[in-house]
Ligand binder design. Sequence first.
Ligand SMILES: C=C(O[C@@H]1C=C(C(=O)O)C=C[C@H]1O)C(=O)O
Length: 339
Amino acid sequence: MKAEEIIQCPAGAMFRHPEKGLVIGVGPFEECADWPEGRTAFYVNDFFLSAAKPWKIPSEVVVLSESCLRKEPLPVQWEAPSPAAFVQVFEEIARELKSGRLVKTVPAVAEKGVIGEGHSPKEIVLAAASAPDYLYPYAFWEGDRGICGATPEILFRQRGRRLETMALAGTARPEDIEVFRDDAKEIHEHEIVVRALLSRLSPHGNLVRAPRGIMELGSLVHFLTPLALDADEDLSPGFWLNLLHPTPALGCQPCTPETLGLLKQWRERLRCPASFGAPFGLGMDGEVIMLVAIRGVEWRGNRLSLTAGGGIVEASSVTHEWREFGLKRAAIRRVLGLA
Ligand SMILES: C=C(O[C@@H]1C=C(C(=O)O)C=C[C@H]1O)C(=O)O
């Protein structure tokens, strides 16, 4: 199979494994509720984990070592998102933060677009597959719907009792890196995520936290803290997923049915699709890598949603956040070759 042929499949999945190469699943898929250990399968769900059978076993698996470049940018007619809707949601969030009911939440704004005549959204899959090495490209499509992106964030990587995860939160432009390093508000935002991971994982084994570092992504930089757990027991990927998702990098702190309900409402008002920030995974050869599905698009027919969000804490400013969301959307357009 040639890279270009991937997108001819009516249903398919793509995951660029950091060591194995580009893993392509050709549909139709058999679906199941639990990780089908021993088979290669993709995990596809929405942010609120509403799929009953999120594991998708492809009829055929192809691993490609070549990268598949698509050189021409895909023409898209974009419709700018509404600043007024964002300002209103931000004010409501600010009230919750001030009252102390909420410490952090992560709204996300979608920009809508229509793909130019004669093009298919599946062309985005080829561009994503050739994203820079520090990103994890992913995609899943069935019929006229699909998702595709290239994320820097993993929810966890698990083999047996060994689990690796990360806190990735706090954002700046590369030209501001020296100030960012000591920015108390960004560090605070980041450490909320680190603390949540520490408290959720430490009851389950020996947990080691690496020092906070910086992940450089070309047009954006983030704080990154890697964590590794040697678990006391053999627990399933489903267990780790329910424990970790959503971390406060994409969800909220505290994370309760009430705060998640508020987040759901805010996301919907900002036209954010349910797939944004969901876990997206690959289970292969006894190992599971679960990504955080951000830095991507969702499509239905020729209509695209391109979504980006960011953490809001009490010290956040509406102008600064609006600009950060815009920078993230621009980074997505660049990586996915969207004009
Ligand atoms: C929400 C997004 O990114 C997440 C939020 C970040 C932040 O608040 O600084 C940084 C990285 C991601 O964990 C996104 O890219 O849309």
